[in-house]
Design a protein around this ligand. Structure first.
Ligand code: ATP
Ligand code: MG
Length: 438
């Protein structure tokens, strides 16, 4: 009995918190406990908002544990854009079944939204947008907002449309409140509207939000009909996800699907195949080195420096690669900038190569007292650095052009090419000066 009372109090406390906080609690619980809590929230009509705040994949996993009736009720109370993100994570039959049981109007709305690819403005938008006819007065517009506030995704902006729902202009809440009450909104609206075409890629959407700093932007079709709005919070989610994905992919984790606490076997599944592929790629380097087995056997000192050269190509390529991938993700650079990127990285590679080569050459000379060893190491590292820099900076553009994930493959390929250059120079020159190295 006491335990039940205790639980009730805890639930009450939880219900007072922000849905995002409740979502956080749901994520930290074990699956059965989370489902149990979700049921309790559902009984209090409070399950929709927290699910909307969760990662859609995790939200979908929880929702799938509820029965159909519960799931449908929750879905129909979520913001449509969040609900659709969640539906996208469920198996197709489940989605079909859920949609067939939903209220017709909602089901139609969800179907329309599901038709847009998730990585476009249409896939991000909520159709619950405030669209007003131009003849309304400021006073009437405010009353309309008051009446519909509950169902609207956001009320920061009112969009003015004609009879066919073509977008004519926009007003902010401030514009409305400050206008004289009897002024028609068509007379005070802002006619130069920044819009998002429904098929615009989310990366470009994020760039527009970054540029114009509006809290929401309207989505239109090809003929300028208002379809919905994208709000800044959705865009922040996208930007975070894209940044994480790029980061993970650059370290060889495909499509950012692995989380810190993913089950070990899931992690193995994501990581291992790529690493097995990278080994095959690295066999090229093994082959190159094996051509010089004789040289290495004669001057074992060469072997001591080889790991350094291999390591440095990875480090150097990673620097150029991060800059390129980041630049591509933010839209700062694209395919047309390739010549400029090549010129820049060539120069950077030469300068850094010279400096690093000089540093290593000097150290090798001082350590071993052999100027030839210093020279061989210096030239090898300089060449290695040049190739790693240029390849790290340029390959992402080429792979993106070829529609191969640039973050996943550029690093290993750049490193391998740099290793090949470095080892050919190092061991080739080593063979040339063998007499002086023994
Ligand atoms: P506050 O800054 O205090 O929140 P505000 O009225 O200045 O209120 P902003 O978000 O800064 O609101 O918007 C400034 C202006 O931009 C408003 O007059 C609004 O009509 C206009 N506006 C809003 N959305 C768009 C858009 N998509 N394209 C063009 N103009 C827009
Ligand atoms: Mg302002």
């Amino acid at each position: 009995m006491a335990a039940q009372v205790q639980e009730k109090i805890q639930l009450q406390e939880l219900l007072r918190r922000h849905p995002a906080d409740i979502a956080e609690v749901l994520v930290t619980l074990k699956e059965e406990e989370a489902v149990e809590l979700l049921r309790r929230l559902y009984l209090r009509r409070a399950a929709a908002a927290p699910l909307g705040e969760m990662d859609p994949e995790e939200a979908a996993r929880l929702l799938a544990e509820l029965n159909r009736e519960e799931a449908i009720h929750i879905l129909s109370h979520m913001d449509p854009d969040d609900a659709v993100d969640l539906l996208l994570e469920l198996p197709e039959e489940t989605v079909r079944d859920l949609l067939s049981r939903l209220e017709t109007r909602k089901a139609q709305m969800f179907r329309a939204l599901l038709a847009y690819p998730p990585d476009t403005a249409g896939g991000l938008m909520s159709p619950e947008v405030l669209a007003l006819p131009a003849h309304l007065t400021a006073q009437q517009a405010i009353e309309e907002i008051r009446r519909r506030a509950e169902e609207l995704e956001t009320v920061y902006y009112a969009y003015v449309v004609d009879e066919e729902k073509k977008l004519l202009g926009v007003l902010s809440l401030r514009d409305l409140v400050l206008a004289r009450p009897e002024t028609p909104i068509g007379a005070i609206m802002n006619r130069e509207v920044v819009t998002l075409p429904a098929e615009m890629d989310v990366e470009e959407v994020a760039q527009l939000f970054d540029k114009y700093n509006y809290l929401a932007l309207p989505v239109v079709d090809k003929d300028g009909h208002l379809l919905g709005i994208v709000t800044v919070d959705d865009v922040m989610d996208v930007m975070r996800e894209e940044a994480t994905e790029d980061l993970l992919r650059m370290s060889g984790i495909p499509s950012g699907e692995e989380a810190a606490l993913s089950p070990p076997l899931t992690s193995v599944k994501f990581r291992l195949p790529w690493m097995m592929g990278y080994i095959l790629l690295d066999l090229l380097v093994v082959y190159a080195v094996s051509l010089f087995e004789h040289t290495i056997a004669q001057a074992a000192v060469l072997a001591a420096f080889m790991p350094l050269i291999a390591d440095m190509s990875g480090n150097v390529a990673a620097q150029a690669l991060s800059v390129a991938i980041r630049g591509m993700a933010t839209g700062e650079v694209g395919w047309r900038d390739l010549p400029r990127v090549v010129r820049k990285e060539l120069l950077v590679g030469c300068l850094n190569g010279l400096a690093l080569g000089a540093q290593l050459g000097l150290i090798a000379f001082l350590l071993r007292g052999n100027p030839f060893l210093g020279l061989v190491a210096a030239v090898a590292l300089a060449g290695n650095t040049l190739v790693a820099t240029v390849m790290g900076g340029v390959l992402p553009f080429l792979f993106k052009r070829l529609r191969v994930d640039p973050a996943m493959v550029s690093g290993p390929v750049a490193t391998t090419l740099a290793d090949l250059t470095g080892f050919f120079l190092f061991l080739g020159l080593g063979a040339l000066f063998l007499r002086y190295l023994q």
